[in-house]
Design a protein around this ligand. Structure first.
Ligand code: RFL
Ligand code: PHB
Length: 396
């Protein structure tokens, strides 16, 4: 093994949406980055995850020159539906209450756009970087080591941005007496499938005594559906037939009759958890995205939070390198966490509202029904939910 040594201004760990977007924005400002990604590019691009962008994420992507394909293929929506067993349907009408739309555009497509932009602009992404380790984070001269094709490499840098997801090494590099974590693991998962069939016109969350379900979409011939499943389930237990039977049973019959079924082309189970790490900074390392926080997907907040973190963090780096102030780097963790906790709160409330929990008693169910009745009848509650769902504004 021989050693190789490089230098960059910001070493970015993780080539998911957070890391790639940060690299893109900093590059536009003439700030040098290297992205270290554990997986291959094909693996990263094959991941199927989020499908809903908040208004702020849509604007951010446009502002940094990444909006063209999203505006061509994404579908702006006035909001998202909720249907409920034996009760009227509801629409989280973000257009009416906030004047803003959400956008149906998949994380897979965004990651493709980000990779294409980084490659076009000569961005430095190192895929299949193994054993990434962070060093001297509390000094002025941190460095990162990794292994690539059997060679141990070193990157000297000014800062490290840990955008390496929930299982990454960034957060794990913070000493336990500094890091505070908050966690709630839910006793169920989401079983998701992708099928080449036309979707329903809108995103629709369904509550039923059998559990939660969600109708989502990627394009006019690609549907994404989810059902709540047991935390211990494996996909072997879920044939396509069983999945469609469960899904259709959870939607009201008039809507179920509009759902077009077909063979799945992808099927996976995601566990649900809420998790927050504080602070989102340690010395010269900053955490962003799922590396610092995870929400259950019920409010469609995870990717959007990753983007708002990057908005705040890139602003801090830009301010630092333009030698104006240190204000935004110094306040990054506090500012990002305010938005994080609001999204954690909403995601938890929507998860509680729309899922059946194993140990529930009739009291829990009455409270849930009452929460939904309030949503159906109270304009104040409708407005509040619409504002949270479309995404709180970024702070100045
Ligand atoms: P990612 O996407 O996990 O990327 C982290 C990257 O870091 C790499 N990595 C490492 N690289 C080098 N060295 C190491 N030691 C490394 N460890 C990890 C990983 O390989 C990976 O490429 O985190 P990021 O960038 O913060 O992005 C976060 C989003 O991916 C996530 O929050 C969303 O997908 C959550 N989410 C949703 N968010 C939304 O905003 N709207 C939605 O509609 C939505 N739906 C969802 C979702 C997540 C889901 N799952 C599967 C949990 C639906 C589902 C089912
Ligand atoms: C999706 O499109 O995959 C999706 C939509 C809404 C959610 C979660 C996931 O809340």
């Amino acid at each position: 093994m021989s050693a190789s040594r490089q230098r960059t201004q910001v070493a970015i760990i993780g080539g998911g949406p957070a890391g790639l977007l940060l690299s893109h924005i900093l590059d536009q400002q003439g700030i040098d980055t290297i992205v270290l990604e554990r997986q291959s590019k094909d693996y990263v691009l094959a991941r199927i995850r989020a499908g809903v962008l908040e208004a702020g994420s849509v604007q951010l992507l446009r502002d940094v020159g990444l909006g063209a394909r999203m505006d061509q293929h994404g579908k702006p929506k006035d909001g998202t539906g909720i249907v409920w067993q034996n009760k009227p349907a509801f629409y989280i009408n973000t257009a009416e209450w906030t004047g803003k739309q959400i956008m149906a555009y998949g994380q897979t497509a965004i990651t493709e756009d980000l990779y294409a932009a980084r490659e076009r602009d000569g961005g430095h992404i190192i895929n299949e970087a193994a054993n990434v380790a962070l060093h001297d984070l509390t000094s002025d001269t941190p460095h990162v080591t990794y292994e690539k094709d059997g060679v141990i490499c070193r990157i000297d840098c000014d800062f490290v941005a840990a955008c390496d997801g929930f299982h990454g090494i960034g957060r794990q590099s913070i000493p336990s007496d500094v890091l505070k974590t908050f966690e709630r693991v839910y006793p169920f998962g989401w079983l998701g499938i992708m099928a080449k069939v036309p979707p329903l016109p809108d995103f629709v969350y369904a509550y039923h005594e059998k559990g939660f379900a969600l109708a989502a979409q990627r394009n006019p011939m690609l549907s994404r559906y989810y059902v709540q499943c047991d935390a211990t389930d494996t996909i072997d237990a879920w044939s396509d037939d069983r999945f469609w039977d469960e899904l259709l049973a959870r939607f009201p019959s008039d809507m179920a009759s509009q759902i077009v079924t077909g063979p799945s082309i992808e099927k996976s189970i995601a566990p649900l958890r809420s998790f927050v790490a504080e602070p989102m900074q340690y010395g010269r390392m900053y955490l962003a995205g799922d590396a610092a926080h995870v929400v259950p997907p019920t409010g469609a907040k995870g990717l959007n939070l990753a983007f708002s973190d990057i908005y705040y963090l890139s602003r801090g780096f830009i301010e630092h390198y333009k030698n104006t102030r240190a204000h935004y780097l110094e306040t990054y963790s506090q500012m990002a966490l305010r938005r994080v906790w609001s999204a954690v709160n909403l995601s938890w409330r929507l998860t509680k509202l729309l899922h059946r929990f194993p140990q529930e008693d009739p009291f829990d169910e009455r409270i849930r029904q009452n929460d939904y009745d309030l949503l159906l009848t109270s304009p104040a509650v409708q407005s509040a939910l619409a504002h949270e769902y479309v995404g709180l504004p970024y702070e100045d």
